[in-house]
Design a protein around this ligand. Structure first.
Ligand code: K7E
Ligand code: CUA
Ligand code: CA
Length: 639
């Protein structure tokens, strides 16, 4: 897959120069050489329409705009999915500086995520998993604008959805979606507010999946899911034909659309490419709610979630045929269109949302009558983002480019007018998946910055072994021409990100003592007659020992405590420092125990004191000149 980047330069009219010549990617081309190696043979057009001189000039001014001097603050928060690292990362944009990591579906030694009782409580029964695969981070909305309250993210690996509180930047709820496998696409209801988290289960499985019937494909299906954003309980599930990939919601609160690449319900790769067309399935949220209200649902197995049938013929859904194996689904910020990205077709299908009422009322003969444009953009369109000025930006995976195009002109071209809707193609390095413009998923899309998440970095950075980082590129889209300003290596694997104005996020600087995050510890202390803020005490309860201590830099409230071999020990630490940024840690040597305790926070961790002897514990977050001296001893008496 080398040389994919060496696409030739300037073509004055991208439409004449090759897209139609190459047309659809045949199934054989993709399976035979793989989408990645295939692209090497398929370069030969593209690149920017700009002259090299104007490109260089644009890049220079863009660079100045992107520069954030030491001590200066960024204009945007960016939330990045950490892919199969399972975490979420917080970046400042445009500096692309990493500000924080939020462990979610992984185990994190620095904060103790997956180790502390507080995090295990959030992880629930899925705490037994220490892996995850996060793709789609999305910030909660009120009236189509980011409200900065929560961020939601999927876990494809273990079929979960997580919620992160953006005031403390910690995950506070994780829900496993029942009856399905592999949550992939995830978007939020935008209007009137984020009441639902919509998410797609990608893989088709037998129903019920209990081993009774694993051969009869008739009984295999997957479901579209709505999670209640307030309670994080699954509100309802909709059975669909085919499978489900990506999804997005509209600006009326009524419709949600998802792409399906496997209308064939194929088990093998070649099967999934048999049909010339797959589809976009549109869900009618009020009709689904009404069906459930009327009791027209079933439940599956032990799960109490209401399940409705949205397969062909249902009044709850409509299936709109689009070219084969579509991928990304994006709503334009003016609320007018759903866009389905072609992947194996060089097109993006533009669906008019204001035609969907008529579609559901049976007023069209052909479901494709709601498609008002289908521009040809290049090879491998995966995701589209918007600048709020009428332009769309589509990643072309195989061409290694971003195509900037005019939506209104693409619609006119579909109606037969001769108009060149493609404005620019910019080479990116290399093979982009998602791209995301600032505030693009809200009414406030401001068309300033575009982040392109490239799957391959190849030669862009110092080599660091066979495993390469990805490359997240920052592009200035505020002018007429896109200009690349920054390469950012990232670790596995930010599929997607979201850019939010900094005033839309309001993080706390120190914890509030009544934060629900550690309410269980507070409740346990109360039962034990302990005042967490002042008491340093050991409570024995059979072979369970609860050790309560405070921490104030640079000392723990207890520099020694005594237990018996075999005791189950829970250490509760309350950080009484009031000073911003003075976090303490607690690490019990040789016990696999470590955690963060930030100012005014209480954290707890449970372990078994299995080895008699003296065991040192120490503070592992640098807090004071005498941080090394912040330590103590657990004395374990022989049983
Ligand atoms: Cu295209 Cu999981 Cu959003 Cu990756 S998905 S690219
Ligand atoms: Cu307390 Cu380091
Ligand atoms: Ca297909």
């Amino acid at each position: 897959m080398k040389d994919a980047d060496k696409s030739s330069h300037t073509t004055p009219d991208a439409r004449d120069s090759g897209i139609s010549r190459r047309g659809f990617l045949g199934g054989a081309a993709v399976t035979g050489v793989s989408a990645v190696t295939g692209m090497a043979a398929m370069t030969g057009f593209g690149s920017s329409i700009m002259s090299p001189e104007s490109w260089a000039a644009a890049a220079k001014t863009a660079h100045q705009k992107a520069s954030v001097e030491p001590g200066e603050l960024d204009e945007y928060y960016g939330f990045w999915s950490g892919g199969h690292s399972g975490e979420v990362r917080v970046l400042g944009v445009p500096s692309m500086r990493e500000l924080m990591r939020i462990p979610v579906f992984n185990v994190d030694s620095a904060t103790g995520w997956g180790l502390t009782n507080e995090s295990k409580q959030v992880l629930g029964e899925s705490a037994r998993f220490s892996n995850g695969d996060a793709h789609h981070p999305h910030v909660s909305m009120t009236d189509g604008r980011y409200d900065g309250k929560y961020l939601f993210i999927n876990d494809k690996a273990n079929t979960r959805v997580a919620r992160i509180r953006l005031d403390i930047m910690k995950c506070d709820k994780i829900t496993t979606i029942p009856n399905v496998q592999a949550i992939h696409g995830l978007r939020l209801q935008k209007v009137p507010r984020t009441k639902y988290v919509f998410c797609n289960a990608e893989f088709v499985i037998p129903q019920p999946n209990d081993g009774t019937d694993m051969e009869n494909l008739e009984n295999h299906y997957t479901m579209f899911n709505a999670v209640d954003a307030d309670t994080m309980e699954v509100a309802w599930q909709v059975i669909v034909d085919g499978n489900l990939d990506n999804t997005d919601a509209d600006y009326t609160g009524k419709y949600v659309a998802s792409t399906c690449y496997n209308s064939e319900k194929g088990l093998l790769l070649t099967d999934t490419m048999r049909n010339e067309r797959d589809w976009v399935v549109v869900f009618n949220v009020p009709r689904i709610e009404a069906a459930i209200q009327a009791g027209n649902f079933k439940t599956i197995g032990d799960a109490k979630t209401p399940v409705v049938d949205g397969r062909h013929g249902s009044e709850l859904t409509r299936y709109i045929p689009v070219p084969k194996n579509p991928h990304g689904l994006n709503t334009s910020p003016d609320g007018k269109y759903f866009m389905a990205n072609g992947k194996l077709s060089p097109t993006v299908s533009i669906i008019a949302i204001d035609k969907l009422d008529d579609l559901f009322d049976g007023k069209f003969k052909d479901e494709r009558d709601v498609i008002v444009g289908e521009p040809e953009l290049g090879l491998g369109p995966l995701h589209t983002t918007f600048d709020g000025r009428g332009f769309a930006y589509t990643t072309l995976f195989i061409d290694s480019q971003v195509a900037k195009w005019n939506i209104a002109e693409a619609i006119r071209a579909y109606n037969g007018e001769k108009v060149n809707y493609i404005k620019q193609k910019l080479d990116v390095q290399y093979q982009p998946g998602h791209n995301h413009a600032s505030l693009t998923e809200s009414r406030d899309a401001d068309g300033k910055w575009l982040v392109v998440l490239c799957k391959f970095s190849k030669d862009r950075f110092l080599p660091a072994g066979p495993l390469h980082p990805e490359n997240d590129q920052l592009i200035d889209i505020s002018g007429d021409e896109m200009a690349l300003v920054h390469d950012g290596p990232t670790y596995a694997e930010p599929h997607d990100c979201i850019l939010v104005r900094r005033d839309q996020i309001r993080p706390l600087k120190i914890w509030s003592r009544d934060d629900p995050f550690f309410a269980s510890a507070v409740a346990q202390a109360k039962k034990d007659g302990i005042t967490l803020e002042t008491d340093n005490k050991v409570i024995r309860d059979g072979n369970k020992v609860r050790v309560y201590m405070t921490s104030v830099a640079p000392i723990y409230g207890l520099t020694e405590f005594r237990v018996k071999q075999g005791d189950e020990v829970t250490v509760y630490i309350t950080n009484m420092d009031m000073v911003e940024d003075v976090s303490h840690g607690f690490c019990m040597v040789n016990h696999g125990v470590s955690m963060e305790i930030s100012p005014q926070q209480t954290s707890s961790v449970t372990f078994v004191a299995s080895e008699p002897g003296v065991h040192w514990y120490y503070c592992n977050w640098f807090c004071h000149a005498l941080h090394m001296e912040m330590r103590g001893r657990m004395i374990v008496e022989k049983a």
